[in-house]
Design a protein around this ligand. Structure first.
Ligand SMILES: [Zn+2]
Length: 385
């Protein structure tokens, strides 16, 4: 079967996407959100004769799903990419795409409007080749990945698919794993008293100091583990600390927010257990030491088996398109792949080459987008049967 990637369409689509402000409004006050970009993508997908729907889990926070229906019997596949971007502070012309030396510049070019354009171009190639696939191919262009993943969380409630490819940037490497994270709050409890009354006061800040000394030992031991073969060791940092109320009062409370980056196989219970163990040890040494730990935001790590059909299909297509087997990598960042995997969808990540995600200069390599589109179209043909 002859699949032709329309490079001009890909470039035009990407430059049009860059021109539309879709800064995540939760991350940056005044960000435009996804309504306009979603409407634009919906129009393009309708032109390809897909069945198109826009979903708004919150007003102005829109995702688009386009469906190329299969003839039945095959596996269904979702090409998933987010359409929100991070802030544009410090960028001279974030919404003015520029093409230079085979690179396309602009906010979101790399993370990840280039990938969304490649997803669309791949499906266009399938439509134009007139292939009759057994399973459906869905394009999901989703809202809010950069903050709370409203988009993918909503879309997986509405559509059930067998496999998914999240086309976050991976430099055309095959990415079957990424890290997760857990945000935890530890609070030490003291007793407020006038600053002169050392017999009555219990200093919550001093007790947090003891906790921090132990936490640093844990941090050191985590980072020296071998960890996961693709994503490396877990880590943590003491991100925000706040304690006491007045300079002449013993601090009654001290609160610490910890970010703990997790690797595939680690559980929330295990991570909380490590922290609880420190608290228990300090309480055993001093009955006035009182502290609690509670998680307040959890994002699971992600890992898919190398044997999964979606991994095999992407591996083979990439090998054909690039002329060599893709390297396996793990991503240090969290992505929507974990949500899809948690919903029972076998998921893998592959995306373009570029630089400057979340930075002042952002670009994506055009040829890597053409290759990506080819890989996605060929994967769909094999996977959806
Ligand atoms: Zn991204």
């Amino acid at each position: 079967m002859n699949i032709t990637i329309d490079q001009d369409y890909l470039i035009r689509t990407l430059t049009d996407l860059i021109k539309i402000d879709s800064v995540n409004p939760t991350l940056a006050a005044g960000g435009a959100g996804e309504a306009e970009i979603a409407a634009f993508i919906a129009g393009k997908l309708r032109n390809l004769n897909l069945e198109v729907a826009i979903h708004e889990p919150e007003p102005g926070r829109a995702s688009v799903v386009g469906r190329l229906p299969g003839t039945g019997g095959g596996r269904s596949l979702m090409l998933n990419g987010h359409i929100d971007t991070v802030d544009v502070a410090g960028m001279a012309a974030p919404f003015t795409p520029e093409i230079k030396d085979g690179k396309i510049y602009g906010r979101g070019a790399y993370d990840m409007k280039g990938s969304v354009a490649a997803n669309m171009t791949a499906v266009k190639a399938l439509v134009e080749a007139g292939v009759a696939l057994g399973g459906d191919v869905l394009i999901a262009a989703v809202a809010d990945e950069e903050y709370a993943s409203l988009g993918t969380a909503d879309v997986i409630e509405r559509y059930s698919v067998d496999g998914a490819i999240v086309t976050e940037p991976t430099e055309l490497n095959l990415c079957p794993a990424h890290k997760g994270f857990i945000w935890l709050e530890v609070e030490t409890m003291g007793r407020a008293a006038h600053g002169s009354r050392f017999n009555e006061g219990i200093d919550a800040n001093m007790r947090m100091g003891r906790f921090l000394a132990e936490l640093e030992r844990l941090e050191q031991s985590l980072r020296t583990q071998a960890g996961h073969p693709l994503v490396g060791p877990p880590s943590l940092h003491a991100a925000i600390i706040e304690g006491g109320s007045e300079v002449s009062v013993y601090a009654a409370h001290c609160r610490l927010q910890i970010e703990r980056r997790t690797i595939p196989g680690e559980t929330e219970a295990q991570v909380i257990g490590e922290i609880q163990q420190i608290i228990d040890k300090l309480a055993a040494a001093d009955p006035t030491f009182k502290a609690t730990v509670k998680p307040f935001f959890v994002r699971d790590p992600f890992e898919v088996s190398a044997e999964a059909a979606i991994v095999q299909a992407v591996d083979r297509a990439t090998t054909r398109v690039l002329g060599q087997r893709p390297q396996l990598i793990g991503a240090a960042y969290w992505a929507d792949a974990a949500l899809l995997a948690a919903a029972g969808v076998e998921t893998v990540m592959i995306g373009p080459i570029g630089a400057g995600a979340h930075a002042a200069e952002e670009w994506v390599e055009l040829q890597s987008l053409v290759d990506l589109a080819q890989i996605l179209a060929e994967t769909a043909i094999e996977y959806c049967g």
